[in-house]
Design a protein around this ligand. Sequence first.
Ligand code: FEO
Length: 172
Amino acid sequence: MLTKQVEKALNDQIRVEAESSQVYLSMASWAEVKGLEGIAQFMYKHSDEERMHMLKLIKYVNERGGHAIVTDLSAPKTEYGSFQKLFQELYEHEIFVSNQINELVHVTLQEKDYATHNFLQWYVAEQIEEEALARTILDKIKLIGNDKGGLYLFDRDVQQITVDSAASDTGV
Ligand code: FEO
């Protein structure tokens, strides 16, 4: 059984993951309209992953005798300025999510809920990988600078930059 505090904290995280999915969906749509097809596909995929993170939490809360709450969501931005800014925002958003996960883990310790603490280790590991992925992409973007040919190649190749390849790049 979940304590009320843990249930609330998990429900807050369900909302964070749902909003993350919407943010990346909006980024995907922006990129698609700009003709950045590879970046758009990358963001659509990322949006799906966030939905998966949300669903995993919903199922966990309900399995443990809580009630996962599906709420309204804040609308994401619709304009992102440039592809550089887009990925900078992705990185900052993942840092935000990591902080939220850390807070949530903290609540489970306060409540002595070691089962939920254990369940959340998957999210802790996932955040390390997602931050590494975002940093790898930002490093590549810095190399491109304002070179149009570089952007063309980046857009073509970004779909291949996966969490696994980022982890091997950074030695994680
Ligand atoms: Fe669900 Fe990108 O963290």
